[in-house]
Design a protein around this ligand. Structure first.
Ligand SMILES: Cc1cc2nc3c(=O)[nH]c(=O)nc-3n(C[C@H](O)[C@H](O)[C@H](O)COP(=O)(O)OP(=O)(O)OC[C@H]3O[C@@H](n4cnc5c(N)ncnc54)[C@H](O)[C@@H]3O)c2cc1C
Length: 379
């Protein structure tokens, strides 16, 4: 379905080798110890894939969305947490790239290819699905803004060098009153709460952020006042294609494990791969993963082709189909492997825990169906 250039194939080969030979070996340990893999960040940076979407003029490789989704998929096959680091990096970088503030782009974008980390901060304790009800406020005071509020669950939050932060400058105007800022680590008034102890994706960090009269210079405003919500929605759309790719990778990784196990595990005198019950389960797993993959590539292609009318629905559908598929496929992979699948000696139990998150973040799958239904019935 997708024709890659020789250069894109080479990038993907490098990522595949890195995933199989390095990232895979760390996956169980970072999950068990809930440890942020700084060595993997360094590996990404050294291989030019920490921020693949970054244009070449800012030091990136200028990957398109399809290639970036394939990169995420390759990494998620062996470690979804490590893929999440790349997703959070893109989510934090894209609001600046998509914004209109050229000086801000020149200031921060080059750093994202050199090991600096980014984060995307919208969610608050009282504002999840209902994101427009956020309470964080920014008040203009001379040549800077004073920001008060808090964010939660922010991926890469406490390790990010730059955070794309969403606030209201004019809450009465709702969508048109939101403004985004690039906030540097170390800003006066920025502090960190707990890093969450999670069910899955335990190799990534999710933090509480607090803003107490935090001072942000005017030049760090991403775009105009009031342009924040449109910027946030655009970034969220792309992120749904990324998390769909992560789900496809997870599902494929679980299939690979289950197939290899089924060929070796002997019961009743023959490999369980010879049992029709196992074969049918795997047939469903492979077919549904392939369908999710095609939907995800289609969403990524619409993003590349800037087909704005199709993007919203395509990204939402890819996200809920792929993550529901990953949840089912990883659960079935545990089933194929019986009691061994339930043990931490094999990766499929981790994959099942990791898959659950993808049904929740970047907009829950209920909200994704709501978005899809709205588009279906739009006049
Ligand atoms: C590990 C992790 C990482 C995250 N990373 C980030 C990040 O980097 N940056 C960031 O900004 N946010 C991040 N989030 C936040 C994430 O996007 C939100 O958790 C998600 O949008 C859901 O919000 P909520 O948790 O408040 O759930 P709620 O909105 O409270 O939803 C609870 C339940 O109600 C359902 N529901 C709510 N409203 C409706 C409706 N109108 N129709 C039907 N059902 C509805 C939901 O589907 C869900 O089942 C992260 C979350 C997690 C868990």
């Amino acid at each position: 379905m997708i024709a890659l250039t020789d250069e894109q194939k080479m990038i993907l080969d490098t990522v595949r080798e890195m995933a199989r030979e390095k990232i895979k070996l760390r996956a169980a340990e970072i999950d068990e110890e809930q440890k942020f893999p700084w060595d993997t960040v360094k590996l990404y940076s050294e291989n030019g894939v920490l921020t693949p979407l970054l244009p070449e003029k800012y030091g990136g490789i200028g990957a398109d969305y399809v290639l970036f989704c394939m990169i995420i998929e390759e990494i998620a096959k062996v470690c979804a947490s490590s893929a999440l680091i790349l997703i959070a990096q893109a989510d934090g970088m894209l609001p600046i790239l998509m914004g209109t503030n050229q000086a801000l782009k020149d200031k921060y974008l080059p750093g994202f290819s050199q090991g600096k980390l980014a984060a995307f901060a919208a969610t608050e304790p009282g504002a999840g699905s209902d994101i427009l009800s956020m309470k964080t406020r920014a008040r203009k005071d001379g040549d800077h803004y004073v920001i008060n509020g808090e964010k939660c669950f922010i991926t890469n939050g406490s390790v990010a060098d730059v955070i794309s932060l969403y606030t209201y400058t004019d809450p009465d105007r709702k969508f048109k009153g939101m403004t985004a800022f690039a906030v540097e680590k170390g800003s006066a008034g920025l502090s960190y709460g707990k890093n969450e102890n999670k069910m899955g994706m335990r190799g990534s960090i999710n933090s509480e952020l607090f803003f107490d009269d935090m001072i942000v210079p005017e030049e760090n405003r991403i775009g105009e006042e009031g342009a924040g919500a449109a910027n946030m929605m655009a970034a969220l759309n792309t992120s749904r294609a990324f998390t769909a790719s992560q789900a496809v990778g997870l599902a494929q990784g679980a299939i690979d494990e289950a197939v290899s196990y089924a060929k070796q595990r002997v019961q009743f005198g023959k490999p369980i791969a010879d049992l029709q019950a196992i074969q049918f389960m795997l047939a469903d797993m492979v077919a549904s993963t392939e369908a999710a993959r095609l939907l995800t590539y289609q969403a990524a292609r619409y993003l590349d082709e800037k087909k704005h009318r199709q993007v919203l629905q395509a990204c939402a559908m890819a996200k809920f189909v792929a993550s529901d598929t990953a949840m089912k496929v990883t659960t079935d992979a545990v089933q194929v492997m019986g009691g061994y699948g339930y043990m931490k000696d094999f990766p499929v139990e981790r994959m099942m825990r990791d898959a659950k998150l993808i049904q929740i973040y970047t907009g829950t799958n209920q909200i994704m169906r709501l978005v899809t239904a709205r588009e279906i019935f739009r006049a």
